[in-house]
Design a protein around this ligand. Sequence first.
Ligand SMILES: Cc1cc2nc3c(=O)[nH]c(=O)nc-3n(C[C@H](O)[C@H](O)[C@H](O)COP(=O)(O)OP(=O)(O)OC[C@H]3O[C@@H](n4cnc5c(N)ncnc54)[C@H](O)[C@@H]3O)c2cc1C
Length: 489
Amino acid sequence: MSAPRTVVVGGGMGGLLAAIRLRAGGHDVTVLERLEQFGGKVAEWRRDGWTFDLGPSLVTLPHLYDEVLRLAGTSLADEVRMVRLSPQFRYAWPDGSTVDVHDDPQATAAALDALSPGSGARYLRVLARARRIWEVSERTFLAGPMTGARQMLGRMSSPRDLLAIDPLRTLAAAARRDFDDPRLRQVLGRYATYSGSSPYRAPATLACIAAVEADHGAWYPVGGLSALRDAVVRAAGRCGVELRAGAEVARILDDGARVRGVRLADGTELAADHVVANVDAEHLYADLLPDRAAVRRVRAVPRSTSGVVVLVGARGTTGGIAHHNVWFSSDYRREFAEMDGGRMAADPTIYACVSSVTDASQAPRGCENWFLLVNAPPGADVDAAAYGPWLLERLAERGPDLRGRAEFVETIVPRTLEARYRTRGGSIYGTSSNGPRAAFRRPSNAGARQGLHLVGGSSHPGGGLPLVAVSARIVAEMVLGSAQSRPRR
Ligand SMILES: Cc1cc2nc3c(=O)[nH]c(=O)nc-3n(C[C@H](O)[C@H](O)[C@H](O)COP(=O)(O)OP(=O)(O)OC[C@H]3O[C@@H](n4cnc5c(N)ncnc54)[C@H](O)[C@@H]3O)c2cc1C
């Protein structure tokens, strides 16, 4: 009997990881990627000796990547030098105060006490709660496919689990109870943005990210995030996944009930028993397999935020910065209210990753690679030429003045993200976690036809490198279970 044939549409991280898992499970797998390079949002940009990650800059839970690399006969340690960062983040406020979050929670508690007496003990209490949320989430929300809250409840071992995940309060409401100091409320609230959401609308469950970072670390792959991507691409090739770049899928073919393959933009058809879609769910159901009911369901859930990325090749070095830095706005609530209204914030929080702080290969000697990221409402119409200089002025008001040191400034706006990744409005994480039910309304991993599965940031369990790895595991388990494939020897 010949091996089952799977086509993966889209070569982002979720697609590549699912491909490796399915190949290890005995399938013949082909990954079709529209762009000339694999990795999707994990991409780099180079100019005159400077290198920038265009997408993710922070890796959490790297063991999820190691697990897949091992299926391909290698390991993360064999492929990439991963650095566990400390400090993990340096936070700064308009009043000039700063605090570091360290790799060691006790050191973080001491730093918070120095900023705001008494907050160290409060932080450790938050962390204990966050650990419990993470423990429950791992064995319920992340344990398999999700078609509604009932499925999650079924995986809980007692009503205490439901209380533990704190789903009914918003993250901002929890932060108000946890900290007296409004600055620390911003630090906790910021975790909502990891899924492109607002702390004033996303559930307090997202506090679990504090435990993920404190207990499992904030990591950087030397060479940039593209080093992690390259390791995954190598592993896929090595275990026999067929990788085709520059291969745009125009249509997923079906017989009304079951998928039967794909048609490329050049008209070539590939037959398949299974199709795994790693593309944005809206692109899937609007363009590749038009299905009105499915597209309506996707559109009923609010999109995640997009972003404006400003890359600055800076001459010289800056005192007092870390690898990851955040300059908070003076009014967090107003910032998110403006975005809810579809506008760019007038006074935005600015995130800056300067990976040359850790990795000298990312900028010419004595220079820095500044990646600045500001949250943006999906579809925001931003003038790229004007925004970069404007943002450098805002940064100069609060901290480093890069204006006289910038060799170049390159700005990427939501419309660019939309065109490049085929995600409406340039949403970074698919749908958001805004609202207590949003997490259960993400497009399901089981597609609208038999043999179709969805993997990646726009489907369950959501966006971000760790979650797309979980999504790949869930999809591989669903496909291999349904196909009853023989494990490869
Ligand atoms: C600016 C930015 C910052 C981020 N920061 C972080 C961070 O610090 N940490 C973190 O964990 N995550 C971060 N993320 C999120 C993370 O990058 C994504 O969640 C993750 O990479 C998405 O992976 P995916 O599997 O959904 O695939 P994607 O990366 O979305 O890839 C999908 C692929 O499908 C391809 N495709 C689309 N249509 C077609 C078609 N018709 N035919 C063939 N191919 C097609 C696309 O070209 C693309 O390569 C960030 C993202 C961005 C943009």
